[in-house]
Design a protein around this ligand. Structure first.
Ligand code: NAD
Length: 266
């Protein structure tokens, strides 16, 4: 499988380089960076101390044309451009970028009419199990339990709450058969008044090198249930993304999720 890695010098880009190079059935066919990045034209493997004989490109079309599958953990606008380029050339697109706005999501959905796209806010198996469990627990517990989602990430993360925290919020809301947008409290500050019944609250911590911690809290007057996932290493997400790429080979056009890849029933 010829893999193109978008954002190949980034934190996830480097984890993906290591994962793809270690996989017997994959090769790094291309790597890209944002236009103007100092690494354009240098070797794709340089960020991890390897020489692969392939130069980093800025043009998404050049990345896509060299690859069977593009793995993309970059930024929302970049992911939209890559989805369109993958659609034009019928290449598989694996998207891990978070912080997408509704217009970005819609553009990716439209591109998925022409090619297979696997999109997930989190490519770890543990978080995808947590999403299922959160939905079930929210459905089982009475509405008297308040739901709060706490996440912590490293100091460089640019979007908040994390895509995974929002996915956990959607899972809890689905369990309660409500729309997250109608009940989400995404930031409390000052005299907020008492907690609104039925709302789902988010709390965000940023610091150090934390790869990604998420806890879903269900709190009643007399007891508290907490579900926690801690990511130890980015290689976890890279391995999940490569697994998604393998799974998507030969699939018809469509927008798939990690639950499809893992064989969970929707
Ligand atoms: P990072 O800033 O270290 O890396 C992003 C890279 O993308 C950078 O090197 C940047 O220059 C590059 N980039 C930006 N615009 C580009 C463009 N137009 N073309 C090519 N490259 C471009 O960030 P990171 O920690 O690696 O995270 C990247 C994204 O992945 C974030 O949205 C993050 O939340 C998400 N993420 C998702 C998962 C998951 O499992 N889905 C896991 C970890 C991180």
């Amino acid at each position: 499988m010829r893999v193109g890695i978008a954002g190949c010098t980034g934190r996830m880009g480097q984890a993906l380089l290591r994962e793809v190079l270690a996989a017997g059935d994959c090769m790094v066919a291309a790597g890209s960076e944002r236009p103007g990045h100092a690494a354009i034209g240098t070797d794709v493997g340089a960020a991890i101390g390897r020489t692969l004989g392939v130069a980093i490109v800025a043009d998404p079309e050049a990345l896509v044309s060299a690859a069977d599958v593009v793995i993309d953990f970059t930024a929302p606008e970049a992911s939209v451009a890559l989805a369109a380029a993958c659609a034009r050339r019928q290449r598989i697109h694996v998207v891990g970028t978070t912080g997408l706005k509704p217009n970005h999501e819609e553009a990716i959905r439209q591109a998925s009419a022409r090619t297979a796209i696997v999109q997930a806010a989190n490519f770890s198996i543990g978080v995808n199990v947590l999403l299922q469990v959160t939905r079930q627990v929210a459905a089982l517990l009475p509405d008297a339990f308040d739901i709060e989602i706490v996440e912590m990430h490293h100091r460089h993360k640019v979007d908040a709450p994390s895509g995974t925290a929002l996915a956990l919020g959607r899972a809890a809301a689905a369990g309660r058969q409500v729309d997250l947008a109608a009940v989400a409290d995404r930031g409390r500050d000052g005299i907020t008044g008492a907690r609104k019944p039925g709302h789902i609250g988010f709390a965000v911590l940023r610091g150090g090198a934390v790869v990604g911690d998420h806890t879903v809290v269900f709190a009643s007057d007399s007891e508290r249930l907490e579900l926690t996932h801690r990511a130890q290493d980015r290689s976890l997400f890279a391995a999940g993304a490569v697994r998604a790429a393998r799974w998507a080979r030969g699939k018809p056009p469509g927008l798939y999720g990690m639950d499809d890849v893992l064989g969970f029933r929707r």
